[in-house]
Design a protein around this ligand. Structure first.
Ligand code: NZQ
Ligand code: ZN
Length: 383
């Protein structure tokens, strides 16, 4: 195992009806909040009104920033910073999924940052201060509720990149699986692809191979997500399985599965973010197109980890070459079965040059270098 520092200060309040405990915790982040929400799901299902009742009962003040879109943009962050500064807010409630949380994180850092908040992403500025954040999660997917990462898009550059800082860890995350039962089937599927991607990216490309604890975490998370996803797609109100997915999502990108594995490469995320930035594809849907293609191109180089995964997760037996091929097929057919796309043709995308350029341009933001030939080969399998 390689040396590592693990730090995760997020207080998780987990379980059925934990949403109603918001009032017990809210004063720990502040008294005057900016509530950040998406395009309207929390209004439609009555959750925003319930939150307002909880805050009113607590005599908390609040303002609302609404309209965060999936694949969130820096303009919304700027609007949120202005609203927060004009009203002297002291804390943020991110009420939604990854897009809302990431916008809230960028506002929390941008609130104290004197210059253009896009700098935070482009230069990964070492910030000293950010507003405290409470997350009330409505989609189990990104793990943003339990990590220090924000991913935002700059539409004029068509760059979708990360900003990372210990200061933007949420202070408290309320994880109530009941809130995720209204998530439509397509986003439920995309969310599960994302969770799986967060653990396999490190597992497949790790520098160190003697990491049985991390590997075991990954294998269990993937098996759980696959089993529970089939169940919730058949029965969206299955709160027990929504809970399993919720905890899997939080753990997946919390640092637990990557601590000690040494260097690793998040190439599938790099490529997917180009798809989201250019074509506004949902993150998980883009990943189910990228991952099988990326595996096909890397199957010789990474055969040891691909076959270990196939044996331990899918129970595939045989010689290494066979196990690797069957592993890729089995994962791809899982994506097909849950109706997450596996080809760019699903979005009628046939011109790959802009995607290639974007991937090559954004690679340094993840300390990666991507060759034109390599990305071209992967895109051919995504066709
Ligand atoms: O906008 P509303 O109306 O709320 O609708 C949302 C949105 O359309 C809907 N939704 C959310 N909760 C719902 C619901 N609909 C019904 N019932 C509910 N309970 O779901 C749609 C997707 O929401 P979004 O927040 O975009 O989904 P997700 O959580 O998958 O977040 C994706 C974003 O996070 C980034 C992705 O790139 C993408 O921009 N990521 C963030 C990461 C991080 N911060 O660590 C890491 C990830 O790899 C990822 O890059
Ligand atoms: Zn992801």
């Amino acid at each position: 195992m390689k040396n590592f520092v693990f730090y995760n200060p997020v207080k998780i309040v987990f379980g059925v009806d934990s949403f109603f405990k918001t009032g017990e915790y809210i004063n720990q982040i502040g008294r005057k909040h900016l509530i950040v929400i998406g395009k309207g799901s929390v209004k439609k299902n009555g959750l925003l009104e319930r939150l307002q009742q909880i805050l009113d009962k607590n005599n908390s003040e609040y303002f609302i920033l609404e309209g965060v879109k999936p694949n969130p943009v820096i303009e919304k962050v700027k609007e949120g910073i202005e609203l927060a500064q004009e009203n002297g807010i002291d804390s943020i409630i991110a009420f939604g999924g990854g897009s809302v949380i990431d916008t809230a994180k960028a506002i929390s850092a941008g609130f104290y940052y004197k210059n253009d908040p896009w700098d935070l992403f482009e230069k990964n500025v070492n910030i000293q201060k950010a507003l405290p954040i409470m997350v009330i999660l409505t989609v189990s997917a990104t793990g943003s509720e339990f990590n220090p990462i924000s991913v935002v898009q700059n539409d004029s550059l068509k760059h979708k990149i990360r900003f990372q800082s210990e200061k933007i860890f949420p202070k408290i995350s309320i994880l109530d699986p009941v809130l995720t039962t209204t998530l439509p089937a397509n986003y439920t599927a995309f969310a599960s692809v994302d969770i799986i991607s967060h653990v396999v990216e490190g597992y497949f490309t790790s520098e160190d191979f003697n990491t049985p604890i991390q590997d075991g975490f990954v294998e269990t998370i993937v098996k759980t997500v696959i089993n529970s996803t089939y169940k919730v797609l058949n029965d969206p109100d299955n709160v027990e399985e929504r809970a399993n997915i919720m905890w899997a999502a939080a753990l997946a990108l919390s640092g637990i599965t990557t601590s000690g594995i040494g260097k690793f490469r998040f190439e599938n995320h790099l490529i997917e973010h180009a798809l989201s930035a250019i074509y506004d594809i949902p993150h998980g849907a883009g990943l189910s197109i990228v991952i099988p293609a990326w595996m096909k191109v890397n199957k010789k180089r990474l055969s040891k980890k691909f076959s270990l995964f196939g044996k331990n997760v899918f129970g595939i037996e045989g010689n290494e070459e066979y196990v690797v091929d069957e592993t890729i097929n089995t994962l791809e057919s899982f994506f097909d079965k849950i109706k997450s796309p596996t080809r760019l043709s699903s979005y009628n995308i046939t011109d790959f040059e802009e995607i290639k350029k974007n991937v090559i341009e954004c690679a340094p933001s993840r300390n990666l270098k991507i060759d034109y030939e390599y990305i071209s080969e992967i895109l051919e399998f995504m066709r």
